[in-house]
Design a protein around this ligand. Structure first.
Ligand code: UDP
Ligand code: MG
Length: 305
């Protein structure tokens, strides 16, 4: 194939995986006869990830590397990779090989047939059961609706046409959210199902806290609806106030009972106001960071032509 495929691979503390990922991905692409470049983005790792990238570059000149001055997070690493990619199409995949490289030829095929955004979607195996599944299901469907994304099955494993990549790079938001923005830009889409492989080395960087943060940032990037919580609370407390007033007029004077009731309602109202302030504060924070106009990431080192 005379067309070039760039593969962007964000890597944070992946010294154990970089060389294996490079040789596995390159192996698949060479066998399929696809011209390629691999772009590893060292996201401010504290281990020997950069040295591993240099070794991978020595072993295969198709490997290029970029290193951040500190950890900026996966999404920004992906965008740094996209900005360096020179391919006619660009794939993004994890360094831990949880996104199967064997799917790349199939994705390139779809791209050749005219699809501009080929998305890897996780095969839904539904292995969890009972209460956990119920809670996770409810959580995902609320968040997905707000964020306008299928959070359960969508992944960061994608192959995009140059047009889609350039469109993404032209977006000006500082707080980039790759999965959401690829949904936002649209383009002709195709899906490729894959099974998430087990991690063979290193460890997942996701904790419950980082997942919660991810959910919040994906919702706030795509919906202003949470700020209407204030309106909802306002209406609820207005109704309570009217009903209480009427009841007080009809039922009469049990001073102590009313006092307790009013105190509880008062505290509840204050709590709701504070929660709403927090929600609005989150959006103001986003706008504030955007207004500073700082760069999305800072590159300290690069290797490869
Ligand atoms: N990653 C990154 N920066 C970070 C965290 C993760 O570049 O701050 C990379 C990581 O090296 C891997 C990919 O993002 O290539 C997915 O991370 P991980 O495997 O920890 O996530 P999971 O597969 O558990 O969702
Ligand atoms: Mg992983």
């Amino acid at each position: 194939m005379d067309k070039l495929l760039s593969v962007v691979i964000p890597a944070f503390n992946e010294e154990a995986m970089v060389e294996k990922a490079a040789s596995t991905i390159a192996g698949v692409l060479v066998e399929a006869g696809i011209s390629y470049e691999l772009i590893f983005v060292d996201d401010g790792s504290g281990d020997g990830t950069w040295e591993a990238i240099l070794r991978a570059h020595e072993a295969d000149k198709h490997v290029r590397g970029v290193s951040f001055s500190r950890n900026f997070g996966k999404d920004r690493a992906v965008f740094a990779g996209l900005s360096k990619a020179r391919g006619d199409c660009v794939a993004v995949m994890d360094c831990d090989l949880q996104h199967p490289p064997e799917k790349l030829p199939e994705m390139v095929d779809l791209w050749r047939r005219g699809f501009e955004m080929v998305e890897g979607v996780k095969r839904d195996r539904g292995e969890e059961s009972g209460f956990h599944k119920l809670c996770a299901g409810a959580f995902y469907s609320v968040i997905s609706k707000l964020a306008k994304l299928d959070m359960k099955r969508s992944s960061d494993f994608k192959l995009m046409d140059r047009k889609a990549v350039d469109t993404l790079l032209a977006l000006s938001e500082e707080d980039v959210f790759f999965r959401g923005l690829t949904a936002f830009v649209g383009f002709r889409r195709a899906e490729v199902e894959f099974d998430v492989a087990e991690r063979t080395a290193g460890e997942s960087k996701w904790s419950f806290r980082s997942l919660a943060r991810y959910a919040v940032s994906s919702v706030t990037a795509f919906s202003a609806a949470p700020m209407q919580l204030a309106t909802v609370f306002g209406v609820i407390f207005a109704v309570i106030a009217v009903v209480t007033g009427i009841l007080y007029a009809i039922v009469g004077y049990d001073a102590e009972g009313w006092l307790v009731f009013l105190a509880v309602m008062g505290l509840l109202a204050i709590a709701c106001v504070l929660v709403c302030l927090g929600v609005v504060g989150y959006y103001v924070g986003r706008a504030f960071r955007q207004s500073l106009g700082r760069p999305r990431f800072i590159i300290s080192r690069e290797c490869g032509e």
